[in-house]
Design a protein around this ligand. Structure first.
Ligand code: HEC
Length: 238
């Protein structure tokens, strides 16, 4: 801003200020009224529709698929696409913190006197790009397969067994390909070491902390067999 613009701005400002109304009580009254209406609507909706608590938490489940609320899908997707464990810190804390700091210091580096969006191309492009990126990540996060999904390519006859394995909670403890966790042994090449019978025995009589899948065999023997066949077919990259 040069001296002339500054003077003009101050002049306009004092004129507008003279015409305006003081913050207290006008703006305060308006805000309080709006806040009261909002709270009233929430209370009314809680009375009319009730507040859903969802099913009771089951700490023994092995098939629960944790999903964030929709407004966290963009962070969730960021975490999902960043696979190497060393970079998880970057996705969960690094990038969001950097964005917030940038937002915080925005008034210090953006001193442009213009207010019309078209006359502020950099700010406008940056703002639109941020919203677009968040929307894109939110959509990807919303349609992302469950974290209980196995990305390994599979022969067609094992496809169903793969789905059953993926949704049976094995990935909570075992790695299969790139998916899963490392609490139990990696199963990516388990078929080289264990046959179908040995795998079925492990599932029915596992060593703690692995849960028994005896009830799956009892209730849905076909699914159990398909699961076992799939796990036995895991022989690593060919
Ligand atoms: C709560 C964690 C957990 C879950 C869930 C789990 N496992 Fe395990 N699993 C383990 C652990 C830990 C071991 C190693 C036990 C041991 O020390 O022998 C193991 C061992 C195994 C073994 C033997 C591996 C070897 O190298 O001998 C197989 C096969 C296996 N699990 C398959 C499965 C399958 C298939 C599922 C899903 C249907 C599953 N597990 C679910 C924790 C788990």
């Amino acid at each position: 801003m040069n001296a002339r613009e500054r003077e003009q701005y101050l002049r306009e400002y004092s004129i507008l200020k003279g015409q305006g109304k003081p913050f207290f009580p006008y703006a305060v009254a308006k805000d309080s009224m709006m806040a009261a209406i909002t709270i009233g609507v929430i209370v009314l909706m809680a009375i009319l529709f009730g507040a859903e608590l969802g099913p009771k938490a089951d700490p023994t489940t092995t098939t629960y698929t944790p999903r964030p609320e929709w407004y966290f899908f963009f962070l969730f997707e960021l975490l999902r696409v960043i696979k190497p464990p060393e970079l998880v810190f970057l996705a969960t804390i690094g990038i969001p913190t950097l964005c917030l700091v940038l937002l915080l210091v925005l008034p210090f580096f953006d001193r442009n006197p213009e207010r019309h969006p078209l006359r502020r191309p950099i700010a406008t492009v940056a703002g639109v790009a941020t919203i677009a990126a968040m929307a894109y990540l939110t959509i990807l996060g919303a349609v992302a397969g469950a974290p209980t999904e196995i990305d390994l390519a599979t022969a067609p006859q094992y496809e169903e067994g793969k789905e059953i394995t993926a949704s049976s909670g094995c990935l909570g403890c075992h790695k299969i390909g790139e998916n899963g966790n490392t609490l139990g042994p990696n199963l990516t090449e388990i078929g080289n070491r264990l046959g179908k019978d040995a795998i079925a025995r492990t599932l029915i009589n596992p060593t703690s902390p692995m849960p028994s899948f005896r009830s799956l065999q009892d209730d849905k023997p076909e699914q159990f067999d398909k699961l076992v066949e799939y796990v036995a077919s895991l022989k690593g990259e060919q």
